[in-house]
Design a protein around this ligand. Structure first.
Ligand SMILES: Cc1cc2nc3c(=O)[nH]c(=O)nc-3n(C[C@H](O)[C@H](O)[C@H](O)COP(=O)(O)OP(=O)(O)OC[C@H]3O[C@@H](n4cnc5c(N)ncnc54)[C@H](O)[C@@H]3O)c2cc1C
Length: 625
């Protein structure tokens, strides 16, 4: 193997600046601190002069997301003999939790704060040699799209390297709220809906079609709807073509219809695909925030909290079937030879330069750019402000590197101006479903139909006093549906620590929220009358499940935040990346949030997970051909 010496990069080594001895009373001490998923406990063994061993006894963090912190932070503390170590990118809260818990244990052992926080310096080491590898397919990005593509490469008998810049797999996918939209599944067929919901379908059918494809979808939905009405059924009405129609219309007709067609057709298969890889679906259908229709499927979280079920099943398959997953390697450039993409190169976190060659193709699956303020500002045309003061739900990895990499080899970008904001509450948003949520403003008044599109919800929140809202849930949601836990695994007690309010009555809740109890009660009554059919919702909401009447009641503050980037690299039906003239760039495929043209100007909640599985499969299958 050809090895070239790097001329710039140096490997970092940790050592303690000061060698002054620490004064511990030898033994093992326990320490506790708050981490992302609640309390975290460590046992730290010390001799009289050194930290010998750190063991994490328990924590409530999401499987996958925080693994790197647990692997690296204890090691760094022991190497540096200090708690003044860096947090690990992508899992900073867990890293800090470990640091705080170890600090507590060390203080209990008799050391002083000054002794255990001595500065840790970074020394330069010898320049690293170039690391080279090859495989049939190089996948850039170990999120849901990349891992799905890798599975397909392996299933076709190819070899694959998945390279990711972060210390753990999963990207934004592992943080997902756990909703995958698909029409016509058995799980959906078991759900029921109120007849009033049909009005939303009829609205779509009454629209002037923008093209032949849309007219075809409308015609097919019209026929299905007539048959549904004639049957007198109260099952959830849906069809694959309705899913496509809603995706296209609520995406403001900006999407490429041929990609919407693939998304709708492929989504039910995505349900089966994940199931075959070992994940399990919850038996109830839900409606994710901004999904606008009850077709959101939720996993049972058997692979951990949140979106683990959408990426860890594939990861296990890749590991078990000979795929290579390389973390902490950031791709900085695609290698082009004779007009073909033949590999990727970049630098590892430890400074090692690398160059990976693809015998067949490269799949770009680097996700969106919601966490990159500069790109947000550059591309945004539709929001008044998306600067650093606007929060994001995204993981720190979502920096849009793929757009830069792809543009540098001539790729066309489409729809990058479409940046999605979503309304969310980290304390009260316990379920990804909108069906039982009530939104009220600081005065306790409802101000928007909660089943609206995400841009409508976010725009409405931004207009409220203080630009925030209260998300209300009752115990039917908090306890009966969610078992007293947020979808990310946090318990009610942990949620209370981050602002969840709890009260036995609506009146008491209003007092805690600081609004007029009668106004809040009127908002709840309005919801309940619409659920029972007594009075239509004056704000036009159509998606409901239960009446809101089981205490204790909960409220959490929510905000509009940057959530998803609809635009990106242009692809065709084969997931080939297109250049500015519409021609495929040889050897180059893309899938997932890095691509554009699937969701148009507004993504339906729950459609992105369907997207990454459906297009991840296509990209992997074609890349290995
Ligand atoms: C909090 C949250 C909740 C969500 N909930 C839902 C939901 O319930 N349903 C739904 O449909 N959608 C949801 N979404 C959206 C959805 O999760 C994402 O659109 C989707 O997971 C993106 O998958 P991906 O594979 O394209 O990218 P990601 O999962 O983000 O993976 C991209 C990977 O590429 C890596 N990478 C980036 N640049 C480089 C580089 N230069 N070199 C090497 N590696 C690189 C990143 O580190 C990352 O691991 C949610 C998003 C968020 C943030």
């Amino acid at each position: 193997m050809k090895r070239i010496l790097s001329f710039v990069l140096c490997m970092a080594m940790l050592f303690a600046l000061s060698s002054s001895a620490m004064a511990f009373t030898a033994g093992t001490y326990e320490g506790e601190a708050q981490s992302f998923g609640g309390p975290l406990k460590v046992a730290v063994t010390v001799s009289e002069t050194a930290i010998e061993k750190i063991e994490v006894i328990s924590h409530g963090d999401t499987q996958g997301i925080s693994d790197a912190a647990y692997a690296k932070v204890p090691e760094a503390i022991i190497a540096g003999q200090s708690v003044a170590v860096d947090t690990v990118a992508g899992c900073t809260v867990s890293s800090q939790g470990i640091i705080d818990a170890v600090t507590a244990a060390l203080l209990a052992s008799g050391a002083t704060q000054e002794e255990i926080t001595k500065e840790v310096a970074v020394a330069e080491a010898a320049p690293a040699e170039l690391e080279t590898k090859s495989a049939d397919v190089i996948v850039i990005g170990a999120g849901g799209a990349g891992m799905t593509a890798a599975v397909e490469v392996l299933r076709a008998g190819g070899s694959v390297i998945v390279v990711d810049k972060m210390p753990s797999v999963g990207g934004n996918t592992i943080a997902a709220g756990s909703a995958l939209n698909a029409a016509g599944t058995e799980i959906q067929a078991a759900g029921t809906m109120a007849a009033s919901g049909i009005a939303a379908v009829e609205e779509k059918l009454a629209l002037e079609p923008k093209n032949e494809t849309m007219a075809r979808w409308q015609e097919s939905v019209r026929k299905d709807l007539e048959a549904y009405k004639a049957s007198g059924s109260n099952q959830v009405f849906d069809s694959i073509d309705l899913h496509k129609l809603q995706t296209y219309v609520d995406g403001d007709y900006v999407a490429k219809v041929e990609l919407v067609e693939i998304l709708g057709n492929g989504a039910p298969q995505a349900i089966k695909y994940l199931e075959e890889l070992g994940m399990q679906w919850a038996p109830e259908i839900t409606t994710a925030v901004g999904a606008t229709w009850p077709r959101s499927h939720q996993p049972t979280r058997s692979f951990g909290g949140s979106g683990s079920d959408f990426v860890l099943p594939q990861t296990e398959f890749v590991k078990a079937n000979g795929g290579e997953i390389i973390l902490e390697h950031k791709v900085e450039e695609l290698i082009m030879e004779n007009g073909k993409v033949v590999g990727a190169k970049g630098t590892a976190t430890d400074g090692t330069p690398f160059e990976y060659r693809a015998n067949k193709s490269v799949v770009l699956a680097t996700g969106g750019f919601g966490a990159n303020v500069e790109l947000r500002q550059k591309f945004n045309k539709h929001w008044a402000n998306l600067d650093a003061s606007v929060p994001t739900s995204n993981m720190p990895c979502a920096t849009g590197d793929g757009l830069v990499l792809a543009e540098a080899v001539g790729a066309n970008l489409i729809g990058v101006e479409w940046i999605q904001m979503v309304t969310g509450s980290s304390s009260a948003g316990v379920t990804a479903s909108i069906a039982n949520n009530i939104y009220v403003n600081a005065n306790g008044e409802r101000f928007v139909a909660e089943d609206s599109r995400r841009d409508v919800l976010s725009g409405a929140v931004l207009e409220q006093p203080g630009s925030f809202f209260w998300l209300l849930v009752d115990s039917k949601t908090m306890w009966d549906l969610m078992g007293g836990k947020h979808y990310n695994g946090k318990t009610v007690d942990q949620l209370k620590e981050i602002g969840l309010l709890e009260a036995e009555t609506i009146e008491e809740l209003a007092v805690l929220m600081g609004c007029d109890p009668a106004t809040l009660q009127a908002s709840v009554d309005q919801h309940n009358k619409a659920v029972t059919g007594e009075e239509a919702d004056p704000l036009g909401r159509q998606v409901y499940e239960f009446t809101f009447d089981k205490g204790p009641y909960y409220a959490g503050k929510g905000y509009a935040m940057v959530h998803h980037t609809m635009g990106g690299v242009e692809i065709n039906e084969n997931c080939e990346v297109l250049d500015v003239n519409g021609n495929p760039i040889p050897g180059f495929y893309a899938a997932g949030e890095v691509t554009g043209g699937i969701h148009g100007g507004n993504r339906l909640g729950g459609n992105a997970i369907a997207d990454i599985i459906v297009f991840g499969q296509i990209a992997g299958q074609n890349a290995v051909k």
